[in-house]
Design a protein around this ligand. Structure first.
Ligand SMILES: CC[C@H](C(=O)O)C(=O)SCCNC(=O)CCNC(=O)[C@H](O)C(C)(C)COP(=O)(O)OP(=O)(O)OC[C@H]1O[C@@H](n2cnc3c(N)ncnc32)[C@H](O)[C@@H]1OP(=O)(O)O
Length: 311
């Protein structure tokens, strides 16, 4: 169904032209569930709002890199119900950000996130509500992953349960040298439900994913790097990093990939996304459409005029 939705979007865009193509390419709705799956977004939003606390904060910067902060430090940045709703709203804001190029997802106060707020989990522990929450979060995190921005999870402290799942909804993961990612679901008598298992298999392969989920293994930065869950390790000690905070280190790391005009960076993300999610023939057609948006565009014409050499 995920594939169908994305394929439908991309094929639809290939049949349109001009401004419609640009609009479709900016809006990556990419939801997995809708009313045909019995999903009533307003109903679950109202249920989630009954569990308040914390916030999801978004800072869009002139550099084209935004910082999304999971902010509930008194509960180790656990996700209250209202934070799940906040997250979905921030994703909508990012979908509308024409000048955006990159995104860093971090936790407040030096730790990533301890997953769902256990108080809310206890209150909605019946399967029906659990499934609704699961569909809501899968939609939000799928849209996060499909943003036309290059995204990085900056993992400090702990990323547990739903927090570990959130790290997999980013293109890259940077782990502080003393941080841990742990899919603790088995210890809770559960499996991931925010899409974390499906994405983990695609990131580390099914063998490693089975070990991480089956053993609820603590992944430190060294193991993370070895199995490809982490893309790089950041110094835990700011002094060793020349006085740079980890957020500054993450921005520097990401800026290698976001240097250049927004339409080109967004096009890069889109061709990788279609290659990642679509069957080859569909991905090739989507690539052709994205190519059409940059060919003869301002950045392309400028480069041609400069007679660039790539030595
Ligand atoms: C499993 C599926 C589900 C999903 O995918 O949606 C989930 O995510 S369920 C949640 C899974 N996470 C947990 O079970 C985390 C449980 N907490 C811990 O293991 C520890 O608290 C830890 C390791 C995060 C931090 O330990 P530390 O010793 O450093 O601090 P405290 O334990 O004293 O925690 C401080 C304060 O935070 C509260 N806290 C932490 N995590 C949660 C949470 N997920 N929900 C609600 N509250 C949380 C903890 O109770 C402490 O509060 P206090 O009032 O001071 O007792």
């Amino acid at each position: 169904m995920v594939l169908c939705t994305l394929r439908h979007q991309l094929l639809k865009s290939s049949r349109c032209c001009g401004s419609t193509v640009r609009l479709l390419q900016r809006k990556s709705s990419g939801c997995v569930y809708s009313s045909i799956h019995g999903f009533d977004k307003e109903e679950i939003r109202q249920k989630l709002q009954a569990f308040p606390g914390g916030s999801i904060d978004l800072l869009k910067q002139d550099s084209g890199i935004a910082v999304l902060t999971i902010n509930n430090p008194s509960r180790m940045n656990a996700f209250s119900g209202s934070m799940m709703v906040d997250l979905e709203e921030r994703v909508t804001e990012l979908e509308d950000w024409a000048d955006g190029k990159g995104l860093i997802v971090q936790g407040a106060a030096g730790t990533f996130s301890s997953g769902s707020d256990l108080n809310a989990v206890r209150a909605i522990s019946n399967p029906e509500d659990g499934m609704k929450m699961c569909m809501f979060m899968q939609n939000a995190l799928t849209r996060l992953l499909r943003l036309p921005l290059i995204s990085v999870a900056l993992v400090e402290g702990k990323a547990l349960g739903g927090g570990s799942e959130l790290t997999t909804a980013c293109d890259f993961r940077l782990m502080a040298s003393d941080s841990v990612i742990q899919f603790v679901h088995k210890h809770m008598g559960l499996v991931p439900g925010w899409g974390g298992a499906s994405r983990l298999v695609r990131i580390v392969g099914s063998q490693a994913a089975l070990k991480l989920l089956g053993g609820a293994i603590k992944v430190d930065s060294e193991l993370g790097l070895n199995i490809g869950l982490a893309d790089d390790v950041l110094e835990a000690n700011e002094a060793a990093a020349g006085g740079e905070t980890r957020l500054q280190q993450a921005e520097k790391w990401l800026s290698r990939y976001t240097k250049g005009p927004a339409p080109v960076i967004q096009a890069v993300k889109r061709v990788v996304l279609s290659g990642r999610e679509l069957p080859l023939s569909d991905a090739l057609r989507a690539e052709k459409d994205v190519f059409g948006t940059v060919w003869g565009g301002p950045a392309n014409l400028q480069a041609l005029a400069k007679n660039s050499k790539h030595k």
